[in-house]
Write a protein that binds this ligand. Structure first.
Ligand SMILES: [Zn+2]
Length: 360
């Protein structure tokens, strides 16, 4: 299922590289050179946004328009308004050029442990605040397709598990630990006070993961999350946590008791454990202090890289992952005020201008 979708976009992206007589960029260095040419970056992004070549207005969906080449804008005959390639995408209202956006995206989708806003700020020469906002917009584009469920006829057995992200009381100062202990009785287990609960499912056949922040790990919360993501009647493997009781009503539920063993034949959650360890490495190493409020966005980022990693049956490379991510930029606008609740936008360091709808 995934392979087919990737291939459609790759065919279009690669076709243009051939038409423009360019080698398809395979490395970050080649990509920077390739996309530094504004025309090339424009053609590349245009072909991923409208793979059938039919440019439609993001406001009224009309496909009757004039292209004004010198300004790289379209004049829509349906609503009589102009639009750029960025309108209706995560790039909308950004004064930054596509070259910067694409370099940032290439790095984000291909660096296993992510990229911090400080690193991006130094690499691109934009402010750290701008870089932080860029990364969040890019994460919005990396959000996966939730329109189908795991398991069922197409998928395989599904692993489900939960984990906690947050400070480790065994590594902190005694006074802080005592504060946390006093937080007992708030409905959370000792050691998990102040931590954010994450729920995850993994389909072994599709080799895909989904993860999201959940308010708690109560039975109702976890079961609803599984019902949302997994087809009825699928095989579901979990540990013997009480949150997973009653799953046998809707699923073929099998349990591995982690007090005795981690793997019981086919029944284990080691695939998800692997994902959790990658996630925690990313959060500890690169992002260090993540607000629980934003954690879902970081999950989307890690899930994208995990689901589009190179495997034997799906040998994706860096350029493929980038093309796939670029094909998802439409219809996912994220404004600064939505992200932060503040009514301001970061300023562009080199031009000193705010985020304005300037065609690139
Ligand atoms: Zn229109």
């Amino acid at each position: 299922m995934v392979n087919v979708r990737v291939n459609i976009y790759l065919t279009h992206a690669n076709k243009w590289c051939i038409l423009l007589n360019m080698k398809i960029p395979k490395t970050l260095q080649q990509a920077i050179v390739y996309f530094s040419d504004a025309d090339r970056a424009f053609e590349y992004a245009k072909n991923l946004r409208w793979p059938d070549g039919k440019v439609t207005c993001p406001r009224c969906n009309s496909d009757r328009n004039y292209f004004i080449k010198t300004r790289r804008i379209w004049l829509c005959q349906g609503c009589d308004k102009q639009f750029t390639l960025k309108v209706g995408t995560i790039f909308e209202d950004s004064a930054l050029g596509l070259d910067k956006w694409m370099t940032a995206f290439w790095m984000l989708v291909n660096c296993k442990n992510g990229i911090s806003s400080m690193e991006l700020h130094r690499t691109l020469g934009v402010t750290q605040k701008s870089a932080w906002f860029m990364l969040h917009r890019l994460r919005a584009a990396m959000k996966g397709d939730l329109s189908y469920k795991f398991g069922g006829a197409q998928g395989g057995p599904v692993e489900s598990d939960e984990t906690f992200i947050g400070p480790n009381p065994y590594k902190m100062h005694r006074s802080r630990k005592l504060d946390l202990q006093r937080g007992r009785g708030q409905g959370k287990r000792y050691g998990y006070v102040d931590k954010t609960a994450i729920f995850g499912v993994l389909d072994r056949e599709l080799r895909q993961v989904r993860a999201k922040v959940v308010p708690n790990v109560k039975r109702e919360t976890l079961q609803n999350a599984i019902l949302e993501n997994v087809e009825h009647g699928s095989a579901v493997y979990t540990d013997c946590g009480v949150g997973f009781d009653n799953l046998h009503r809707n699923f073929v539920h099998e349990v591995v008791n982690h007090a005795q063993e981690y793997v019981h034949g086919q029944v284990h959650t080691q695939g998800l454990e692997n994902f959790w360890s990658l996630l925690k490495r990313m959060l500890r190493g690169t992002y260090v202090a993540v607000e629980p409020f934003h954690l879902d966005h970081y999950l989307d980022e890690q899930v994208f890289r995990y689901n589009n990693r190179a495997t034997k049956n799906n040998p994706l490379n860096d350029a493929d992952r980038f093309a796939l991510a670029m094909s998802q930029v439409g219809g996912k606008r994220l404004t600064y005020s939505e992200l932060t609740g503040k009514n301001e936008s970061p300023r562009h360091e080199t031009t000193g201008t705010g985020e304005a709808p300037i065609p690139f």
